[in-house]
Write a protein that binds this ligand. Structure first.
Ligand code: DX5
Ligand code: ZN
Length: 262
């Protein structure tokens, strides 16, 4: 199974939708994504618990702290029992950073909105298996747009449910909490699922874990094969983002079987 970006920054856009694609910016997006893949294991801050009254400052502080990407949790009050934010916040974050942006769409109708999140500046579009009838079709559509196509699935959904989609995923996000809120307790079933996934896809698909990732759990996630670790409260609960992120990355690297210090 091959990641569509590996070694081919310019992809065939002939089957793309009417979206006007700027190929130079597409190429730089793909480069950013490949750089991010090469840095694994990484810690990706989830802005859910940041100070939205000073959003641009928060983004700058995270950049200065070495965050390699940003994770934006979009919730619609329907797919999950919480409402966060949508396109205007993604656009606002895009204006103030060049970091790759992942939008984690916890919404009931991702097929209707995914393209708009890509146009708003998201590089990685992650949507939920449980929210769509045909995940494969949306993954393929995202790829044809030039987005990084990522599939999230809930703690009660088994890996076998998403297995048939893995060949069209750039990333898979294993939820280690029920989606909807930060500061929840890590569910260890995610570790078994990460191991199962890694055995299926090797490093051809980016494995990501989200929910309850903190100094006590990140090492086990990395050991189980996770490459991107989404972290919310464990970062925003502490004033020194640099130290928190560096400590978390250190813990992940110390347990990751694929990481080699240069
Ligand atoms: C939960 C969100 C997570 C969350 C992570 O539905 O998808 O991204 O913000 O926050 P913590 O790290 O506090 O679990
Ligand atoms: Zn998330």
């Amino acid at each position: 199974m091959k990641n569509q970006y590996a070694g081919s920054p310019q992809q065939d856009l002939s089957s793309a939708s009417p979206l006007v694609v700027d190929t130079s910016s597409q190429t730089s997006r793909h480069r950013r994504y490949e750089r991010l893949r090469a840095q694994a294991p990484v810690v990706v801050p989830a802005l859910l618990l940041c100070d939205f009254g000073h959003l641009a400052d928060e983004v700058r502080k995270l950049e200065d702290a070495g965050a390699p990407a940003l994770h934006l949790d979009v919730m619609d009050g329907h797919f999950v029992d919480n409402i966060t934010y949508g396109l205007p916040i993604v656009k606002a974050v895009r204006r103030v950073t060049e970091l790759p942006i992942e939008t984690h769409l916890m919404i009931s109708n991702p097929a209707q909105f995914a393209e708009r999140f890509f146009e708003a500046g998201a590089d990685v579009i992650t949507f939920h298996y449980e929210a769509v009838d045909d995940p494969r079709a949306l993954l393929e559509k995202l790829r044809s747009l030039g987005a990084v196509a990522s599939l999230a699935y809930n703690p009660e959904t088994p890996v076998s449910a998403i297995r048939d989609c893995l060949d069209v995923c750039d990333g898979v996000l294993t939820m280690s909490v029920s989606p909807g809120f930060g500061k929840q307790h890590f569910e260890t079933v995610a570790l078994d699922k990460l191991r199962e996934l890694e055995a299926l896809v090797g490093d051809s698909v980016t494995l990501e874990v989200d929910g309850g990732v903190n100094p006590g759990t990140i090492g086990s996630c990395a050991a189980a094969g996770s490459q991107w670790h989404v972290v919310g409260s464990a970062i925003f609960g502490h004033p020194d983002y640099s130290k928190t992120i560096a400590d978390l990355v250190g813990l992940a690297k110390s347990q990751s079987r694929t990481h080699e210090d240069p």
